[in-house]
Design a protein around this ligand. Structure first.
Ligand code: NAD
Length: 294
């Protein structure tokens, strides 16, 4: 039987739990968690992601600050904004929404964020701490997937997991988290990518597949073994004249044909996406309590 991993519903549950925590913190006279988000330019998808993050902060009783600048902002000006946020004691954590305009060096920006405020978990210090199993802000999307597997009680220990895609924000950290010695972990992981020779042969051996490629309907039913757990990270636009906006969002998985073969599967939308936002809130709560860096 196929079970849907309902990220939307789970994220709502976790947000309610966070809101309860925040109420207790406030009642005890503690500091209200405060997340800032920096949005550069007018990319519609980025704006909608940031809107979602800010709305979720409000739902949980956090303070939130949105800093919006035009796409032609200079790199120096952006780095100065980051410096200000690093030094502002009221801001517990902040994110700079990616992608950035071409004239801005994303690596420089990531490195400029103070690791103790890097609630996206993108800074190499947090990445390195994660890789060594030390307390760290875990990158939001892989952390959300770990939470989801945990809450749905999906056994990972001893399982063979195939991750498709090796980006620094999804595929690579996902492979590290699933292979480490932890409750959700202890998998034997194969990290695959564009140079993998026979990808279908790899995915057909997998008990758990994490698809993070960025290509609509990439993972087809013939690539999946019966009973596999399938997590779809992809967010892709496909033309759809029946929709007012002219497109709809689909994942990297051919959901219609893969779902009947899988034991658990995430939908798109409503799967991994909402869990990513929840992770960000959890990291910010940890930041405000100084749980990772004291
Ligand atoms: P990316 O473009 O940085 O990486 C894509 C990866 O896919 C690369 O490592 C590449 O080697 C691999 N790849 C490309 N073609 C391949 C092929 N033919 N066979 C095997 N591997 C191939 O992308 P990303 O930032 O990791 O994002 C991946 C997708 O996930 C995108 O659709 C993105 O929008 C989505 N995403 C969703 C969330 C969320 O919250 N749901 C968060 C981050 C990214």
């Amino acid at each position: 039987m196929t079970n849907i991993l309902d990220g939307k519903a789970l994220a709502e549950t976790i947000k309610k739990e966070i809101a309860e925590e925040v109420k207790k913190i406030k009642a005890a006279g503690g500091k209200t968690p405060h997340l800032a988000a920096v949005l550069i330019g007018d990319d519609a998808a980025s704006a909608s992601y940031v809107r979602n993050k800010v709305r979720s902060c409000e739902q949980c009783g956090f303070h939130s600050t949105l800093i919006k600048r035009e796409a032609d902002i200079s790199e120096v000006d952006l780095l100065n904004i980051i410096k200000g946020l690093n030094e502002n004691p009221d801001i517990d954590g902040f994110i700079v929404q990616l992608p950035l305009p071409n004239h801005i060096d994303e690596e420089k920006v990531t490195l400029a964020i103070a690791p103790e405020k890097d609630v996206d978990g993108f800074h190499p210090i947090n990445f390195g701490r994660m890789a060594q199993g030390m307390p760290a802000y875990l990158p939001a999307t892989p952390y959300g997937i770990v939470q989801m597997l945990d809450r749905y009680g999906i056994e990972t220990s001893g399982k063979h997991c195939v991750v498709i895609g090796r980006s620094n924000i999804v595929g690579t950290p996902m492979s590290i988290l699933l292979s480490r010695k932890a409750k959700v972990g202890n998998c034997t992981v194969t990290l695959t990518h564009s140079r993998t020779k026979d990808l279908p042969a790899e995915t057909r051996r997998a008990d758990i597949i994490i698809a993070a490629i960025g290509r609509a309907y990439f993972l087809t039913a013939d690539m999946v073994k019966e009973g596999a757990v399938v997590v779809d990270v992809g967010i892709n636009r496909v033309d759809d004249a029946s929709r007012k906006r002219g497109y709809r969002l689909v994942g990297d998985v051919d959901f219609e044909h893969v779902a009947p073969k899988s034991s658990y599967i995430t939908p798109v939308p409503g799967g991994v996406g909402p869990m990513t936002v929840t992770s960000l809130l959890m990291n910010t709560l940890k930041a405000s309590r100084k749980e990772i860096y004291s």
